[in-house]
Design a protein around this ligand. Sequence first.
Ligand SMILES: [Zn+2]
Length: 59
Amino acid sequence: MPTTEIEALFSVADIGVFPCAKCCRPMKLSCIELTAPGFDVRTFQCERCNHTETFAVSI
Ligand SMILES: [Zn+2]
């Protein structure tokens, strides 16, 4: 069973917008990579400070 924290990250990643951890600006989805059947890895990048975050998302 996934934890509630992971479920929250999944739902945020599904929306396609994520606040930057450094400057709180909305980060844009810049890359989606398929890693395994049913899962992909989404990379978000901040346009202001270039901070990036990656999330594994079940699809
Ligand atoms: Zn930023």
